[in-house]
Design a protein around this ligand. Structure first.
Ligand code: HEM
Length: 436
C-alpha cells in the first residue's frame, strides 16, 4: 500500500509536551523524537509540529519571515508563544516581527550588553545580592537552594534594576517559580497565577505611570523603567502600554529562567563532587562551564511559533497557519551537534547551544544570566563548599512543558559567617530598603 507523501510526512506521533506518557522525562521523550521523527506532527492541542534537531531548531529560529511570534488577530488575547495559546498580556519585543520589533529590541541590546553588565552597576548589584542572600542562611547550616538563593537573588537583581521597591522582589520571583513548580490546579500554583495577574495588571502599570510623571516633571530616576519611558520609538515617545509590555517580558523572561539554570547547576555539582572540586580549584573553567551547564540543563524547553508562509523543514511541508513547537532543550541535547550530549564537559568547546534561542529574538539578558549564575554558584562553592542536597526531598518542577528545573531543593552545609558589613549602596535611586 502506498501513502501520499503529504499524508506520510504528516502522520502523527503520540506526543504531548504537557503530558508526557508514563512519567517519561523530557530528555527521553525528545530523544525518542530526534531518533525516530525529528520533525514530528502531533494531533494534540489542535495539531502542531515539534522541531527537535539542532539543525532544524536553528533554521526555524533564524527564519523569522516564515515563523512569526505575533498573535493571531482572531484570538488577540492569547499569546502564540506557547502551545496551546495562553491568556497572557502581550510581551514586547518578543511578540513583534520586524520592522516593528527593531526599535524596541535595540533598547534592550543597549542596556543589557556584555559591557553594560560587566562594567555597569548590574554586576556590582548582582555580587551584593549574592553575598546578602547567602548571609541570610549561612549561620543556620541549611537552606532551600531555590527559595533562599536561586530565586530571590535574580529577583532582587532584575526587579531592583527595573526600579521596583524591595517588597515586590521576593514575592514576585516566588510567584513566577510556584507557577511552574507546582501542578497548575494546586493551591500554590493558583495563588501564584493570581499574584502574577495582579502584578502585571496593577503594579507594573502603577510604576510606569510614576516614571512617566517624574519624566514630565524633569526628575527621572536612574532605574531601567525610567530609561524605558524616556525613549522614543520611530520619533514618537514610548507609550505607557509598550513600556509595560517590555517590563512584563523582562520579569517573566529573566527571573525564573536564571533561577532554574542556577539550581540545576547546584544540583549537578552535588551529584558530581569531581566537577565541584575542579571548579573550586580552577575557576577559569567557568569561561566554558557556564554555557555547558545551560546546554545540559536548558531552563526553557520550547517556544511556540506560527508558520507565516508555506515552508519545508527537514523534508516536512509546513503550511501557513500551522503551529510549531521549537524545542531549544532538545536541540541542546542533540548528539549530532554535541558529542556525549548527556555528559557535562566543563571545557566543552565549541558549544553552539541554543538555550538562549537564536536569531532576532535571541535572549538579550544572556550576559546578565550568565553573570548571576556563575557568581551565585561560585560563591556557594566558596562559602558552602560541603553543601549536600537532600535528594529525598528535592523535586522537579511539576509543569515541565515550558520551564525545566527544580521546584524545591533543600540542602545542608557546615555553618559559616556573614560577610556583608558594608552599607547597601543605592545604585538605582532611593527605594532600596532591605533588612535582614
Ligand atoms: C538562564 C537564563 C535565561 C534563559 C535560559 C533565557 C532564554 C531565552 C530564550 C530561549 C529566548 C528566546 C525566545 C524566543 O525565541 O521566542 C529569550 C528571550 C528573551 N529573554 Fe531570556 N533567558 C534567560 C535570562 C534572561 C534575563 C536575565 C533577561 C532580562 C532580565 C531575559 C530577557 C529576555 C527578553 C527580553 C527576551 C525577548 C527578546 C526578543 O524577543 O527579542 N532573559 N530568553
Amino acid at each position: 500500500m502506498t501513502t501520499e507523501p503529504d499524508q506520510q510526512q504528516r502522520s502523527a506521533v503520540d506526543f504531548n509536551h504537557h503530558f508526557l506518557a508514563n512519567g517519561i522525562s523530557p530528555e527521553d521523550a525528545y530523544r525518542e523524537l530526534r531518533n525516530t521523527c525529528p520533525v514530528a506532527w502531533s494531533e494534540e492541542h489542535g495539531g502542531y509540529w515539534i522541531v527537535t534537531k539542532h539543525e532544524h531548531v536553528s533554521t526555524v529560529f533564524q527564519d523569522y519571515k516564515s515563523f512569526t511570534t505575533t498573535r493571531n488577530p482572531e484570538t488577540p488575547d492569547l499569546t502564540n508563544l506557547s502551545i496551546p495559546p495562553s491568556p497572557f498580556k502581550i510581551q514586547v519585543p518578543e511578540e513583534l516581527d520586524p520592522p516593528d520589533f527593531l526599535p524596541y529590541r535595540r533598547l534592550l541590546n543597549g542596556v543589557l550588553s556584555l559591557q553594560k553588565v560587566q562594567e555597569g552597576p548590574l554586576s556590582a548589584r548582582a555580587r551584593y545580592w549574592v553575598d546578602w542572600h547567602i548571609d541570610q542562611v549561612i549561620e543556620s547550616g541549611e537552606c532551600d537552594l531555590v527559595y533562599d538563593l536561586a530565586s530571590p537573588v535574580i529577583g532582587a537583581v532584575v526587579l531592583e534594576w527595573l526600579g521596583f521597591p524591595s517588597e515586590d522582589w521576593r514575592r514576585i520571583s516566588e510567584s513566577f517559580h510556584d507557577a511552574v513548580g507546582y501542578p497548575p490546579e494546586s493551591e500554590r500554583a493558583q495563588k501564584a497565577f493570581a499574584d502574577i495577574a495582579v502584578f502585571q495588571a496593577r503594579r507594573i502599570t502603577e510604576e510606569i505611570a510614576i516614571r512617566r510623571r517624574e519624566l514630565a516633571d524633569g526628575a527621572p530616576r536612574e532605574d531601567a523603567m525610567s530609561y524605558l519611558v524616556a525613549q522614543k520609538i520611530d520619533g514618537e515617545p514610548m507609550t505607557a502600554e509598550m513600556a509595560e509590555a517590555m517590563v512584563r517580558l523582562l520579569i517573566a523572561g529573566g527571573v525564573d529562567t536564571t533561577a532554574s539554570g542556577s539550581t540545576s547547576t547546584l544540583v549537578h555539582l552535588h551529584q558530581h563532587p569531581d566537577h565541584r572540586e575542579e571548579l573550586r580549584r580552577n575557576p577559569e573553567l567557568w569561561g566554558t562551564a557556564v554555557d555547558e551547564f545551560l546546554r545540559r540543563y536548558p531552563p526553557v524547553l520550547g517556544h511556540g511559533r506560527t508558520v507565516a508562509q508555506d515552508v519545508e523543514v527537514g523534508g516536512c511541508p509546513m503550511k501557513a497557519g500551522d503551529r510549531v513547537l521549537v524545542s531549544e532543550a532538545s536541540a541542546c541535547w542533540d548528539e549530532d551537534e554535541f558529542p556525549h550530549a548527556d555528559t557535562v564537559v566543563l571545557d566543552r568547546f565549541p558549544n553552539r547551544h541554543v538555550a538562549f534561542g537564536l536569531g532576532i529574538h535571541r535572549c538579550p539578558g544572556m550576559h546578565l544570566a550568565r553573570y548571576v549564575l556563575q557568581h551565585l554558584v561560585g560563591q556557594v562553592l566558596v562559602r558552602m563548599p560541603d553543601y549536600l542536597v537532600d535528594e529525598t526531598a528535592a523535586h522537579r518542577n511539576a509543569n515541565q512543558a515550558g520551564m525545566a528545573g527544580w521546584a524545591s531543593v533543600r540542602a545542608t552545609f557546615t555553618p559559616g559567617e556573614r560577610i556583608v558589613t558594608r552599607p547597601d549602596r543605592r545604585t538605582y535611586g532611593d527605594r532600596v530598603e532591605v533588612t535582614a
